[in-house]
Design a binder for this molecule. Sequence first.
Ligand SMILES: NC(=O)c1ccc[n+]([C@@H]2O[C@H](COP(=O)([O-])OP(=O)(O)OC[C@H]3O[C@@H](n4cnc5c(N)ncnc54)[C@H](O)[C@@H]3O)[C@@H](O)[C@H]2O)c1
Length: 401
Amino acid sequence: MAQELGIGLISVGWMGRLHSRAYRALPDHFPELDVSPRFVVAADPVPQAAAEAVSRLGYERSVSDYREVLADPAVDVVSICSPNFLHREMAVAAAAAGKPFWIEKPMGRYASDSRQIADAVASAGVITCVGFNYRHAPAIERMKKLVSDGRLGRITNVRGTLLADYSSNPLAPLTWRFERERAGSGVLGDLLSHGLDLAQYVVGRIASVSAMAETFITERPVPAAGVVDRSAAGSGELKRVENDDYAALLMRFENGAVGTMDSSRIMRGPRAEYALEVYGTLGSVRWDFQRLNELEVCLPDDSEAGEYGYSTVYMSPGHGEFGRFQPGGGTGMGFDDLKTIEAAQFVASVLSGTQIAPSVADGLAAAAIVEAAEKSLVDGAWHDVPPVDGPLTYAAPTPAL
Ligand SMILES: NC(=O)c1ccc[n+]([C@@H]2O[C@H](COP(=O)([O-])OP(=O)(O)OC[C@H]3O[C@@H](n4cnc5c(N)ncnc54)[C@H](O)[C@@H]3O)[C@@H](O)[C@H]2O)c1
């Protein structure tokens, strides 16, 4: 009989609901893990969210205080899906309670939050997972393999773009995402942390950066009472936006490659254009999350004379974990599936006692780059990114599940 896995959820927002769906999908897509998720308890101070955890997501009970989740002996693993300013306190408490946890990115508001989380995890010795879900796209796994097999030759440069429209409406309310005290940086932490992790996952450690950033929508309406939805209308009162709408980085990788990466949350046009392009002396590969199941590949050695250029490769069984979701190429995977793979890596890590999933050390590695970029915003100079200790997984070969 499958082993019961007690799930405790902290925060029942977008990510809390998605983590829950991901655990639920495990027996179907990763049957060899042989786990049966039991939805024990969810915590959220908003009564409607707490009630939905029971009525829609199937948790046995809900509470308003997250500490009750950590204290429940039936909880084997915890998902921390709260706003950034609560990550440090909750993650440190989860580690102290000896609970393995899966935390959303960016891991805390600043690198100082991330360091405290990583230290607490190192002391407690618990398994962790950080929500760097784009790593799990089959196209990214394919990209990583082409790079590590040397098919692109020596990697010369990387281009990353993370262009979103989620804050493009200037009348959308000023939620926690726009406040320094509760979010930390703007797109630097929110979106570039994803892109920086992807670049390190595919190409290797980023050693130094220089950055610029700008805030274009400088004031936003204060949310009407009780509003947490970023698309809802705000009240009439305006408040200052305290973090970046746009940020751009120049990057030097430890292996000699160079790169650029920029990000915006106020684009009109791109919806969620999260793209990574890797160029080498023999070929190149390009991927965009908006076309999740496609990889553009140029490998001139493989092409016939006169057909030099990009081919579109549709993800198929054999590319990453694609075959667990669809039997044939051209039938697409979706965003939720990336989270299911992440849940599987987390649970496989917990069951084996080996850190396979993106770890809090990886979370700190991304935060350390953001910290170096923020120093560059102050003095305009290049800043080195200090190496991170701990179980980094970005440089490891793709784990076999
Ligand atoms: N991996 C990804 O691609 C991705 C995508 C979106 C968000 N995120 C991250 O996930 C986290 C949450 O974002 P979201 O979009 O789900 O936010 P959200 O606003 O949809 O949900 C946040 C929830 O936290 C709850 N909350 C507030 N205070 C709390 C407390 N004291 N205890 C417990 N719960 C509390 C709120 O009531 C709300 O239900 C953020 O760190 C964000 O950066 C990651």
